[in-house]
Design a protein around this ligand. Structure first.
Ligand code: CA
Length: 399
């Protein structure tokens, strides 16, 4: 691979083999699309206009949706074009004036989220939660190994990394009490997840098969599914998560294009029993993405995404198998990423084993003022590593 002329980019987590898209503004200007390179954001719109790109208008928008709606051929040609701009010395005079230091920009929610679906695709996470929520039963419910379990979440409360999270209030009823009470959640938690962003829509009534994944998915975000365990435990039977989840979901500022993850695909650990044919077209593949969970600056867990049971392509195939259509901006998430080891668990519920075994410096659930940052890295196509950006948020007291 050729080297970028952008100072500080070569060998960094945001080298030319990454090139994630985001939405930025500076001064009082309107937000627009940018591409991260090293510690800079490339303001693409004026460069695309100068070069008279057919799709130059998509970079003037305040979300990535118009760009994502263009489809895989345009995504690929834009990536080739951007790589040329940032590596060829001859382009430097044109491009360099449009590199903005990260410190001078405000980053925004990159996607206008259409529908939001959250899955539950980690065997270790589902088993751990099952043991805690249903101690006298089989940890996995009978459907779990046959289909990627999921639910529809709340798109309107997906927020960008950096947004504060107000402690939710609601009903909760510990098993030891006879009646529910109302108040601030006392078991507020994180879920370290990956999110997949849909670019190309699909037609109502037609399914997206497993091999259709790359025709529709534009890229990945880091995602924290903030969860109020006490509210969740009381409300979730029989219809699933509701207010225990819908108050906030944080995603990274950067959407990493699928093409940047070409070197990260790995075989899944294995599926037993063999899923139904609509879930087994092509070989199920996962991604070797490493996550770090940081609480107030200390790393408390390192969940590995490669240990997941269900693949992202299987999740998408299942999400559409009934003919439900996709829209540009749809977001579907992996579910909590937990590996088999205790320090690979992606939620405080698991790290503290239901609050019974404090971890780190004597912690169980989130306290007001806590800051959680999720960091994501993967193998890049040039042999090093790339970052998928961070997802951070601070807990504010209940209102
Ligand atoms: Ca979740």
């Amino acid at each position: 691979m050729t080297t970028s002329w952008v100072e500080g980019a070569a060998g960094s987590l945001f080298d030319v083999d990454n090139l994630p898209f985001g939405v930025f503004s500076r001064g009082g200007e309107e937000p627009r699309v940018g591409v991260r390179i090293g510690e800079h954001v490339l303001d693409v719109a004026p460069v695309a206009a100068a070069e008279m790109l057919d799709v130059h208008h998509v970079f003037e928008e305040r979300s990535l949706n118009p760009l994502m709606a263009e489809g895989p051929q345009v995504w690929q040609s834009l990536r080739t074009w951007l790589t040329g701009l940032l590596t060829e010395e001859a382009e430097r005079d044109l491009v360099e004036p449009h590199l903005v230091p990260l410190a001078e920009v405000t980053l925004h929610l990159p996607v206008e989220v259409a529908d939001y679906v959250d899955f539950y695709a980690s065997l270790d996470h589902a088993s751990n939660v099952g043991k805690m929520f249903r101690p006298d039963a089989e940890p996995l419910l009978p459907n779990w190994r046959h289909l990627p379990v999921g639910y529809h979440g709340r798109a309107g409360t997906v927020v960008a990394s950096g947004a504060d999270v107000v402690r939710p209030q609601g009903q909760r009823k510990p098993p030891s009490e006879d009646v529910p009470t109302f108040g601030p959640s006392v078991r507020l938690d994180i879920e370290a997840e990956l999110g997949f962003v849909v670019g190309t829509p699909s037609t109502l009534g037609e399914r997206v098969p497993v091999p259709g994944f790359a025709d529709h998915v534009f890229g990945l975000v880091g995602l924290n599914d903030w969860s109020a365990r006490d509210i969740q435990a009381w409300e979730y039977v029989p219809l699933g998560p509701f207010l225990g989840k819908s108050f906030a979901t944080s995603i990274s500022h950067w959407v990493t294009p699928l093409a940047a993850l070409d070197a990260a695909w790995v075989d899944l650990p294995g599926q037993d029993p063999e899923p139904l044919p609509y879930l087994t077209e092509g070989s199920p593949r996962g991604l070797d993405i490493e996550v770090e969970v940081e609480l107030n600056g200390d790393v408390v867990a390192r969940p590995p995404y490669r240990t997941m049971y269900w693949s992202p392509a299987q999740m998408l195939a299942h999400l559409t198998v009934n003919g439900a259509s996709l829209r540009t901006g749809d977001l579907f998430a992996s579910g909590t990423i937990s590996g088999p080891e205790p320090d690979q668990r992606g939620s405080f519920l698991e790290l503290s084993w239901g609050g019974q075994e404090p971890f780190g410096e004597g912690r169980t659930f989130l306290e007001d003022g806590d800051t959680v940052t999720l960091r994501y890295t993967a193998p890049g196509t040039a042999g090093g590593r790339i970052s998928l950006g961070d997802v951070t948020g601070t807990i504010l007291p209940a209102r």
